[in-house]
Design a protein around this ligand. Structure first.
Ligand code: GTP
Ligand code: MG
Length: 301
């Protein structure tokens, strides 16, 4: 089911404010979108969890596992998700399944970007069987870091999906260590990593239905129930981002204001220098000789 984002008109005063900001050359449309979405979210009691990542690591399958509903979001080896889709996880938590991001798919990135901007928590899904993060994944994380500011390490989690496709626990640990080192080197931060297997979870649930006594072991090994509990705890503890969501954008607007102030100061200084130069020129080349001529001529008259 596709549910539209909650929208309601902003009060006239805020619309006028956004319109005046849009006329400032250095304020981008993206800045305005962040601000507008954060303002629209005020008063909405829901908490939104968006998934993020490139195409195909299993973002939709992971959300289906959290919902224990294998076909709630469409999944397949070929690209399935192209628009944001919303589904309730609980009465107060909404999951947003986003399209995979890649620099070659800018239109869809914009679609995913809209979800990132309104999300309170992000589960970034990585295929752990492929090793560490690739550059495109780091670019998405860097964008999330710019959106979340100081909230980034607390509200963005890395879901290391597909542990079933790795050789053993040692490989999972090695790949997780590589990701930790990459985050440290590229983004100067650390994020919590959660190894899971959505496939093990659904296999375990099928075994449970069939009365297989080993089912619970596989479900536990999938890591899904533990991560679901953790996400619910985190959502309860942190709550919606509220006004902290606009903190990074306000800081950016403040930097733009300071830069513009510097331009005004420089223009004022240039103006004073030019005025002084013209005045000096006038004194030495025009005023002085004319006064001298006037005085000398008077002596002869
Ligand atoms: N082995 C294994 N395969 C998985 C797992 N999770 C997802 N897959 C498979 O990975 C493929 C892609 O899954 P999706 O959930 O559609 O991936 P996605 O990231 O949502 O893909 P897009 O929306 O197209 O970007 C499907 O064939 C899934 O069955 C997992 O934990 N283990
Ligand atoms: Mg998908």
């Amino acid at each position: 089911m596709t549910t539209p984002f909650p929208t309601r008109p902003l009060p006239q005063q805020l619309r006028a404010l956004l319109s005046s900001l849009s006329k400032i050359p250095k304020v981008s449309q993206r800045d305005l979108d962040v601000l507008q979405q954060a303002l629209l979210r005020q008063g909405d009691g829901h908490l939104y969890i968006a998934n993020a990542g490139p195409m195909n690591p299993g973002k939709s399958t992971f959300f289906n596992a959290l919902l224990n509903a294998p076909e709630r979001f469409r999944t397949a080896d070929v690209r399935q998700t192209t628009v944001n889709q919303l589904e309730p996880l609980t009465d107060s938590i909404i999951l947003i399944d986003t399209p995979g991001c890649s620099s070659a798919q800018l239109a869809d990135d914009e679609e995913a970007g809209a979800a990132f901007r309104m999300a309170d928590l992000i589960t970034f899904v990585h295929n752990i069987s492929t090793g560490g993060l690739i550059r495109a994944e780091m670019d998405i994380l860097a964008y999330l870091q710019s959106l979340f500011g100081d909230d980034f390490p607390n509200r963005v989690l890395i879901v290391c999906n597909r542990t079933d496709e790795t050789a053993d626990e040692e490989e999972i640990q090695r790949n997780c260590s590589e990701i930790t080192a990459q985050l440290h080197e590229w983004l100067h931060t650390s994020l919590p990593l959660h190894p899971v297997s959505s496939t093990y979870f659904f296999e375990g649930m099928a075994m449970l239905d069939a009365g297989n006594p080993d089912a619970k072991v596989l479900i536990q090994e999938s890591g899904i129930p533990q991560l679901r509990t953790h996400l619910l705890d985190l959502a309860r503890k942190l709550g919606p981002r509220g006004l902290s969501a606009i903190q990074p954008i306000l800081q950016r607007l403040s930097r733009i204001r300071q830069e513009q102030q510097l331009c005004v100061d420089n223009a004022q200084k240039d103006y004073h220098d030019a005025k002084a130069a013209i005045l000096n020129d006038w004194k030495s080349r025009v005023n002085g000789p004319i006064l001298d001529a006037w005085t000398e001529c008077r002596k002869y008259c």
